[in-house]
Design a protein. Structure first.
Ligand code: C2E
Ligand code: MG
Ligand code: MG
Ligand code: MG
Length: 278
């Protein structure tokens, strides 16, 4: 396609950039409209005990369902929502919706444990994140102890020395903190000692080949052992097979989520399939 060097190469490059920029602008405009028109839905994925399969709770995962179109995955729009700041209203909406749903299940006498919600970097950095969380908990009536916030380790590391203080402030609200995608970010194990963390979520990339890859098994075993020694809970992400689950049980991993049990599903389906009266 490139005809010659010099100007043409440059032209090609800017053309590409322009197309890229306009696609993004389009997506940003659509995201903004989607928020106003309530095109987002929260799906829930069950979190279970490895030892006995008991339901422990759910992770809330946002979905974008534009009218008359196929559902759009968060992997496509969360990064743009992050860059444009739209993650702030979107993230707050997901949090409120997930807390409201958890409290509705609990008040209905259903055996629901705790709700996990992803907190983005942009949200975590905000001075007023604590006030926002307190307000949502108050409004929805969900006891703080039933809420677990998931933060990625890269997100924590970006905050440097401030991170410990920020986490402490969140912990004061009475909620629990989980490190999401553990093992994939730039991290220092020292933070596990300093930070008030309640749970490590072993990233799916280590779980995927657990049954065939001795290195992945060694990493999972080390993470579980370390977490247990530090008295932090461990949860495996992306468990798809019975043999992965059996290995996690042998390692002493406490909880899991994954397609083996169920992908994230709409609230009504979650309730029908996984919730029972106390
Ligand atoms: P995450 O928080 O690590 O969520 C787990 C992802 O793994 C989900 O993808 C889930 O559907 C998927 N998953 C769970 N079990 C399995 C399995 O057995 N196999 C496979 N292949 N995948 C499995 P999803 O829902 O597409 O979300 C992707 C990411 O988007 C999330 O990763 C999270 O980082 C982000 N995200 C989703 N919802 C929100 C939100 O409300 N706020 C923020 N800030 N981020 C969100
Ligand atoms: Mg998560
Ligand atoms: Mg994760
Ligand atoms: Mg992940």
């Amino acid at each position: 396609r490139a005809k010659s060097q010099g100007r043409n190469t440059y032209g090609f490059y800017t053309e590409d950039l322009t197309r890229y920029a306009s696609q993004r602008l389009d997506l940003e405009t659509r995201l903004r409209r989607a928020l106003a028109q309530a095109e987002f839905v929260v799906f829930y994925q069950p979190v279970l005990s490895v030892a006995d399969g008991r339901l422990l709770g759910a992770e809330a995962l946002v979905r974008w369902q534009p009218a008359g179109e196929a559902m759009i995955s968060p992997a496509e729009f969360i990064p743009i929502a992050e860059e444009t700041g739209l993650i702030l209203p979107l993230g707050e909406w997901v949090l409120r919706e997930a807390c409201r749903q958890a409290q509705a299940w609990i008040s209905a006498g259903l055996a629901f444990g705790s709700m996990a919600v992803n907190l983005s970097a942009a949200q975590f950095k905000r001075q007023d994140v604590g006030a926002m969380l307190r307000e949502v908990l108050e409004e929805t009536g969900l006891p703080a102890g039933r809420l677990e916030l998931e933060i990625t380790e890269s997100n924590l590391m970006d905050q440097g020395e401030r991170a410990a203080a920020m986490l402490d402030r969140l912990k004061e609200l009475g909620l629990r903190l989980a490190i999401d995608d553990f093992g994939t970010g730039y991290s220092s194990l020292a933070y596990l000692k300093r930070f008030a963390i309640d749970k490590l979520k072993i990233d799916r990339s280590f779980v995927k080949d657990l049954a065939d890859d001795r290195n992945d098994l060694a990493i999972a075993a080390a993470v579980v052992a370390m977490a247990r020694a530090l008295e932090i809970s461990v949860q495996a992400e992306g468990v798809e097979t019975a043999s992965q689950l059996a290995l996690l049980a042998t390692l002493g991993c406490g909880a899991y989520q994954g397609y083996l049990c169920s992908p994230p599903v709409p609230a009504a389906e979650f309730e029908a399939r996984f919730l029972r009266h106390r």
